[in-house]
Design a protein around this ligand. Sequence first.
Ligand SMILES: [Fe+2]
Ligand SMILES: [Fe+2]
Length: 311
Amino acid sequence: MTQAQTHIVDSSRYAQCIAASKQVRWDIERDVIRGRRFDYGKKFLPDGLSKVNELPFLNEAERRFVSQIQGRTYANMFGLVERFICAKVLEVSREHFLGDQVALEALVRFSDEELKHQELFRRLELLAGEQMPAGYRFLPQPNDVAQVVLGKSTWAVLALTLHIELFTLVHYRESIEPDEHLSELWKDVFLFHWKEESQHAVMDELEWVREDRKLSAAERDQAVNDLIELVVAVDGILQAQAKHDAEYFVANCDRAFSREELDVLRQTMLKAYRWQYIVSGVQVPRFGKVLTDLITPAQGERIGAALATIM
Ligand SMILES: [Fe+2]
Ligand SMILES: [Fe+2]
């Protein structure tokens, strides 16, 4: 493929993203928070994502508390990944600096939105901190994680990003939106987030495929290794946070649990986080389709083998 061919950009797809982005554009305070606080009489994360139904020894209030802890971590996880996503999007936008100005505008809007989302999730963490018991900590540091992620090939980072942004959409549409028992503020946050993320997922795919066309077979093979390393790194973060969140839950329940119950609690917390941040995204058909179109069957098997240890 010639240099010129690698730079062909489908402007119309980016133009659609700009139009949609302008139409849904929202403001953190005016549209989302509107002076509200979280209703702690209600759940944050829906049961299908939090896996609380696999904790039969918890009463209703305790299950609600689990969903609120996980919901707090859920918001923080987005704030975390948006740090490297924004940096990577700005980095790939460089290739459009003196090229397609529509693509450039779409990616600038994308990164602007991710900066706003990070601010939104910081606001939510402050709100949660005011109302929830002391002792919660979100362990991973956004810049430390971004340093590791951005050290991997762009192909792998864009693959991880598409995966994340697709599961964001699926979680909202299939689990959060239909659940009538969630905190209104928490639910609205992910409604507004979903509106802007819909365009991001389109651009992730466009940029990932564009990046793929520049790679040799050997570079792509290394990029597949990078993607596997990124998934393993995500899992490491999930293991640490799941352990912390289970301990925070137990520390703030006014009763004791058996050793067996504590084991189930810890395992279910990790299972829920793996489902939320890895497995549910891998199962989004669009992600599987794009990935398999780019890799060889042998590379697919390598990724499958790595995932098998998590799933
Ligand atoms: Fe976002
Ligand atoms: Fe996004």
